[in-house]
Design a protein around this ligand. Structure first.
Ligand code: SAH
Length: 238
């Protein structure tokens, strides 16, 4: 059944005009009165709904039963990723959402190819948040991971944003222990580097902020592969 993110209050039995994003989506699918859909607003669970009215651009639905179902990962895993360039970050946000990332922090580092700030960064953040919403609609998640404001890696490490959770640094340094985390370890946050790798000073700053270096094996993975491999290991399969 088609699922739509509907970020407004939802209550069983009520009639609702879908907000513009969901309405457009239903229009594009050429749905008709009587068609059944699923709505979720990120507040928990999902609702059955029936299309009652198709206007020129507006869509009226009747909200039916609520189902208190969540499809979150067993462990809360937060991703802080130095952004890869081009459409690779879109791809990373989509796949990280599917794999259960609890939040996504885009970062800029010294060797970043993609350097975003100001209005362009805000636009991209909104775009990636929409990518995460679409991924939730597709994969069944009822909680949308927050895509945070683009930040500079060193500033982000320095201001304590990374102080909660079990902190792991995806590192290519020799002698690093393999990524492994005990079942009872609770929430995790991991940091992955840019295409060009972290600088020595950045790795040191991450260690000083309490990150433990971990390896994903002897191959040099692309930035987005490394982040997704760690998520798959920590969130999807935990
Ligand atoms: N040219 C860079 C490669 C960076 S790979 C270099 O040689 O240093 C991009 C990022 O992916 C790295 O910064 C690291 O965070 C992560 N990564 C890639 N392969 C990894 C591995 N085998 N183990 C742990 N992290 C890895």
């Amino acid at each position: 059944m088609p699922r739509f993110h509907c970020p407004v209050p939802l209550a069983s039995g009520e009639a609702l005009d879908l907000p513009p994003g969901a309405a457009r989506h239903v229009q594009v699918l050429r749905m008709q009165p009587g068609h059944r859909i699923t709505l979720f607003n990120g507040e928990g669970g999902e609702f059955d709904a029936v299309v009652e009215r198709m206007g020129r651009s507006d869509v009226g639905v009747r909200i039916e039963a609520h189902h208190a179902v969540e499809r979150e990962a067993a462990r809360e895993v937060h991703l802080a990723a130095v952004m890869p360039a081009n459409e690779r970050m879109d791809w990373l946000v989509e796949k990280a959402t599917e794999l259960g990332a609890a939040s996504i922090q885009p970062l800029v580092a010294e060797r970043s190819v993609l350097r975003l700030a100001g209005e362009r960064a805000a636009k991209k953040q909104a775009h990636w948040q929409a990518v995460a919403v679409a991924a939730c609609e597709q994969c069944g998640r009822n909680r949308v991971p927050a895509v945070r404001e683009v930040a500079d890696l060193r500033a982000w490490l320095a201001n304590g944003n990374a102080s909660q959770a079990h902190r792991l640094l995806l590192s290519l340094r020799a002698g690093t222990r393999p990524l492994r985390i005990a079942a009872g370890d609770g929430a995790a946050l991991f940091l992955s580097g840019p295409e060009g790798g972290f600088t020595e000073a950045e790795e040191e700053a991450a260690l000083a902020a309490g990150f433990q270096p971990v390896t994903l094996g002897p191959r040099v993975l692309r930035a987005e592969t490394a982040a997704l491999a760690a998520l798959a290991a920590l969130a999807a399969l935990a």
